[in-house]
Design a protein around this ligand. Structure first.
Ligand code: ARG
Length: 276
């Protein structure tokens, strides 16, 4: 069911983007979209995301859906909280958390040392790596072959960082976009030769849009393993409560259930736990 509606969403979304000519950040702006969940008598947490990153978080009509959405609802419920989820965009997530206006962020956020200086993170809940999205007929076979090509990325992501490592910081061939869908549109319109983003996102995109004739290039030498975490304001007391709740849903089967619903396979919980 979810698979089908996600496919339909992806098809309609790409159609709309093509029809509107896209390219302008505002056209897919999701600011203000909210969904409030009732479930326990606990306090309601304000949780922020960038709902432009299917299958983790994306809009189905006005509703924010995705693996991350089901995951955070399950974790919050386990910890005894209600969730008010809001799509504020990628860069604003960091501002909202640093200023403590939001309690938690979930947005396929990779935990890394630089971010750890400013924010706290939960234990890891997903294993990811960057991969290269290119047209089917592209001859790009590795990260090194991105040199001399125009590459589209989402600003401020580990995708941007990985490309900068390969071709140089602030290199003019890197086109940066406010969200990842815009980077993909740039590729489709021929304004870029490749997009670098999280594997699950580009793989799902290719699977759901066979007519667009794209493929994914893997290069484990150029791109490291990354782990997603929930992000909290530095010093937040929620961190330990949510760490416990994540581990509880690893143990009680809820995580595996959600994972299977979205990805059709069993998760490797041992690998995630080994990172704690
Ligand atoms: N995992 C990458 C990072 O943390 C990309 C995440 C982008 N997420 C999003 N919802 N747009 O930098």
């Amino acid at each position: 069911m979810k698979k089908v509606s996600f496919l339909m969403f992806a098809m309609i979304a790409s159609l709309l983007l093509v029809m509107t000519g896209c390219g302008k950040d505002k056209e897919v702006s999701t600011t203000g979209k909210e969904s409030k969940e009732e479930g326990s008598d606990g306090k309601t947490l304000r949780i922020v995301t960038d709902a432009n990153y299917a299958p983790f978080e994306f809009l189905e009509g006005d509703k924010i859906v995705g693996f991350d959405v089901d995951f955070i609802k399950a974790v919050a419920k386990e910890a005894g909280y209600d969730v008010k989820l809001e799509s504020v965009g990628w860069d604003p997530i960091f501002v909202e958390i640093e200023s403590k206006r939001a309690d938690v962020a979930i947005s396929a956020i990779t935990v890394n040392d630089e971010r750890r200086q400013t924010y706290d993170f939960s234990v890891p809940y997903f294993l990811s790596t960057n991969k290269i999205l290119v047209p089917e007929k592209s001859d790009i076979k590795s990260g090194n072959e991105l040199k001399g090509k125009v590459i589209a990325v989402q600003t401020g992501t580990t995708g941007q960082e990985a490309v900068e490592k390969l071709i140089g910081k602030n290199h003019k061939d890197i086109k940066k976009f406010e969200n990842n869908n815009l980077a993909i549109q740039e590729l489709l319109q021929g304004g870029a030769a490749a997009v670098v983003a999280d594997n699950t996102v580009v793989e799902e995109y290719v699977k759901n849009n066979p007519d667009q004739k794209l493929k994914v290039v893997e290069d484990s030498k150029s791109f490291n393993e990354e782990f997603y975490g929930l992000m909290f304001p530095k010093g937040s007391e929620l961190k330990s409560e949510f760490d416990k709740a994540v581990n509880a849903i690893y143990e009680n089967g809820k995580y595996a259930e959600i994972y299977k619903e979205w990805f059709g396979t069993d998760p490797d919980i041992e690998t995630l736990k080994a990172q704690q």
